[in-house]
Design a protein around this ligand. Structure first.
Ligand code: ADP
Length: 162
């Protein structure tokens, strides 16, 4: 997420926008294809920038739970009509609120969902109660196998089998 924010810094400064982390940046490890995960974050952040008014702020949060790691990107743009929150993840679907003049292909979020599904994760959109859209990505936390616990020491006097 940090590196994608860096990549998009000039796009944000053109619109006089800033991205703010509202939680500590530390998350548990996840097993993920880093290039694909960055593609998901890049798509969410560039949409958030594209649909925000100049001077708008992006709020980024990450949360570690026992079994999942969750990221969210919130903007101060027009939001998404509630009945379209699922539809926008389908190919070539655009929200009725931004369809005119927004440009784009309507493919980015469909690709994001495929990538996240391939990681056994979830991606979804909500509207923030104070306005703006919020996109959430949840991936399973990596299971950390302690090396010592994984090593089974043979009982004395008994030869280990295979
Ligand atoms: P594209 O942005 O190229 O149209 P996406 O699949 O990334 O394609 O997004 C699909 C649609 O979802 C957008 O056209 C827009 O209508 C809506 N959308 C996505 N992100 C946001 C956002 N942050 N705020 C409002 N609408 C959004």
């Amino acid at each position: 997420m940090d590196s994608v924010i860096g990549e998009l810094a000039s796009l944000m400064s053109e619109k006089n926008m800033e991205a703010v982390f509202t939680t500590p940046r530390i998350t548990s490890p996840v097993n993920a294809d880093a290039v694909r995960l960055a593609q998901v974050f890049r798509n969410l952040l560039s949409n958030a920038i594209k649909f925000s008014r100049p001077g708008g702020r992006l709020e980024i949060a990450c949360e570690t739970r026992p079994d999942e790691v969750l990221w969210s990107v919130r903007d101060e743009g027009p939001g998404i009509p509630n009945e379209e929150l699922e539809q926008i993840f389908e190919k070539f679907q655009q929200s009725s609120r931004t369809r005119t003049g927004a440009g784009g292909t309507g493919l980015g979020l469909a690709i994001c969902r495929e990538i996240v599904n391939a990681h056994q994760g979830k991606i979804w959109a909500t509207n923030h109660p104070d306005g703006g859209a919020c996109f959430h990505v949840e991936l399973p936390a990596a299971k950390i196998v302690k090396r010592d616990a994984a090593r089974t020491s043979p009982r004395p006097g008994k030869r280990p089998t295979a």
